[in-house]
Design a protein around this ligand. Structure first.
Ligand code: EPS
Length: 387
């Protein structure tokens, strides 16, 4: 289990975000430019806040890759925070013995004690014994998903060697739902990739933008739903033998732990509750070419915790962002008295970005499951085993 492992570090307004990926076999082509394309995709999105105008996320591969190919050694990635220039006094890693009045003022301005309902502030402050909620916000911020997308992009480059490709699109923002799906996955991908709400239908996208504008005007925020699709997966990734090897469980954990995600669905998902067995299960047929085919994919590409050769279809639900101009009732952890929740620059809606993050997280799980199944230390032997 877990051939491909990674660890990230970094604060939202600290110097940089870093990841170390372990378990990438030698010989895989890893391109900085492809990682940068994925980082840019995460930054796009109608309803994003001012931070995305400051950052132009790019990665530096610091180790584990030579002349464009993985060496089998751990791969270290770094994404620098441009905004750190404005936060260097507040996020200084060194103890300040005699801070100037100017520095004290800056730190005080960025300190806060009024808990944001729905964010990690309250439980985080109690768990780590913090009196300044800045210490919770900095790591709990969704900013860290930037480096996760970089890791996911490496995973996607591993999967691409075996023709496994994926994409994501947004199917709901607030109450606006995508009812009309373009006919093919290729079309959905093309349309979603060009849309600033990652929506495959222009009229629905207009309505989504209007909903975001309305929420922004009211000082409110919006959640939504996205779908991640991966195709060309070999049969038998994951396992039914042990609960923690089931691929549906591993994917659900990976998507569920993205900040603000409240539900994950596989295939028919929650609709499965009302489908009879005869409606739910995807019948198997043999074609003239002797290949197995099915006419439906309610299982979403997973049966018994394993890939079944059909397209993987995962949905995720993101709640509305808890950092809001329209302040909610809360408490001040300083004096434990009623207060209005803290607000600072944030997004009105980050569902399109969340879709790209989920795509990355699922790519990591799939690359891990693929390497686990095939084994091997270098691309050549892995390709032989795959064949
Ligand atoms: C984010 C960066 C953050 C937020 C957002 C995600 O930047 P800043 O706090 O400087 O504006 O915009 O984080 C959240 C919404 C959150 O609740 O944590 C990013 O890079 O995606």
């Amino acid at each position: 289990m877990n051939r491909l492992r990674f660890l990230t570090s970094g604060e939202s307004h600290g110097k940089c975000l870093t990841a170390i990926i372990e378990g990438v076999p030698a010989g895989f082509r890893i391109k900085t430019s492809i990682i940068n394309e994925d980082l840019a995709r995460r930054q796009v999105g109608y309803g994003r806040g001012g931070r995305m105008k400051i950052e132009h996320d790019t990665v530096e591969i610091k180790s584990g890759v030579r002349f464009g190919k993985s060496t089998g050694a751990p791969i270290c990635l770094e994404v620098r925070n441009k905004d750190y220039e404005n936060w260097s006094d507040v996020m200084n890693v060194e103890h300040q013995e005699y801070p100037t009045q100017e520095v004290i003022k800056k730190i005080e301005e960025k300190s806060f004690t009024t808990v944001r309902p729905g964010h990690a502030d309250y439980a985080g402050a109690i768990k780590y014994n913090f009196s300044d909620l800045r210490d919770v916000l900095e790591r709990s911020s969704a900013r860290k998903t930037a480096i996760e997308v970089a890791v996911g992009s490496v995973a996607k480059q591993i999967l691409r060697e075996f023709g496994i490709m994926g994409f994501s699109h947004v199917v709901q923002i607030g109450n606006v739902k995508l009812d009309f799906y373009p006919k093919t996955y290729t079309l959905i991908k093309e349309k979603a990739e060009k849309s600033d709400v990652r929506c495959a239908d222009d009229l629905t996208a207009d309505r989504m933008r209007n909903a975001i504008d309305e929420a922004a005007l009211a000082g409110d925020t919006l959640g939504g739903k996205f779908e991640v699709i991966f195709g060309n997966l070999p049969i038998g990734l994951g396992s039914y033998v042990h609960w923690d090897e089931a691929l549906d469980g591993r994917i659900a954990q990976a998507v569920m732990s993205i900040p603000a995600v409240k539900a994950v669905e596989v295939g028919a998902g929650v609709d499965a509750a009302s489908l009879k067995g005869s409606q739910m299960h995807d019948e198997l047929f043999i074609g003239r070419d002797k290949k197995v085919f099915r006419n439906t994919n309610n299982a979403g590409g997973l049966e018994g915790g394993m890939t079944n050769g059909e397209t993987l279809v995962i949905k995720g639900t993101m709640k509305a962002i808890p950092t809001m101009k329209k302040a909610l009732a809360t408490i001040d952890i300083n004096d434990m008295k009623p207060a209005s929740a803290h607000f600072e620059r944030s997004d009105t809606c980050a569902v399109p970005a969340c879709a790209v993050v989920a795509e990355a997280r699922i790519a990591i799980i799939l690359a891990d499951a693929l390497l686990e199944k095939l084994g091997g230390d270098n691309l050549k032997e892995i390709k032989e085993r795959y064949a």
